[in-house]
Design a protein around this ligand. Structure first.
Ligand SMILES: [Zn+2]
Length: 172
């Protein structure tokens, strides 16, 4: 996941921000030196889907974005837009990244990690229609049978945990 961006300037007046000495959860981490505005850094909400197909497979894509997870297999997903319904964000991201229309079968779990700004909600989903397509965000897209998941080449800890949360124990 990306390193959190540290803001330098106030969104209200453009003044320089000063880092406060507050501990996590106690008071704002930044104060504007010009207007005194308190600036908080919020988590980023993301969604992903473990999409299963009728032939007992899971859709994974190989990440094309050049970061730590480059070239690794990840779930289709992305950030939730402000004001967007989370389930709609999941359907949108899956469609954009895989070409598939899916039915959301329910949330699997919420995944969050110390010092990581992203909070991920993963859904279990079933492919209902559409053909697999490659988006510019993927180097490759593939349906993996449950027993052939590339466990050593997954992009994120959340990818691994969401797959483990969904797949039958016999496939782990
Ligand atoms: Zn300000």
């Amino acid at each position: 996941m990306a390193t959190p961006v540290i803001p330098s300037f106030c969104q209200t007046c453009g003044g320089a921000l000063r880092e406060t000495l507050s501990q996590a959860g106690e008071g704002p981490p930044f104060i504007c030196t010009s207007c005194g505005r308190a600036v908080y850094l919020d988590p980023k909400l993301a969604v992903a889907a473990v999409v299963t197909t009728e032939n007992q497979g899971v859709v994974l894509l190989r990440r094309a974005q050049r970061d730590k997870a480059y070239g690794k297999w990840i779930l289709p997903g992305g950030h939730v837009d402000r004001g967007e319904e989370v389930t709609k964000a999941a359907l949108r991201e899956v469609k954009e990244e895989t070409g598939l229309s899916v039915r959301l079968d329910g949330p699997l779990r919420v995944y969050s990690y110390e010092s990581n700004p992203t909070v991920l909600i993963a859904y279990a989903a079933t492919a209902t229609s559409g053909e697999l397509i490659m988006s510019p965000e993927a180097l490759e897209i593939k349906v993996f049978p449950f027993d052939l998941i590339p466990w050593d080449e997954l992009g994120y800890l959340s990818t691994r945990q969401a797959l483990k949360d969904l797949l039958p124990v016999s496939c782990l």
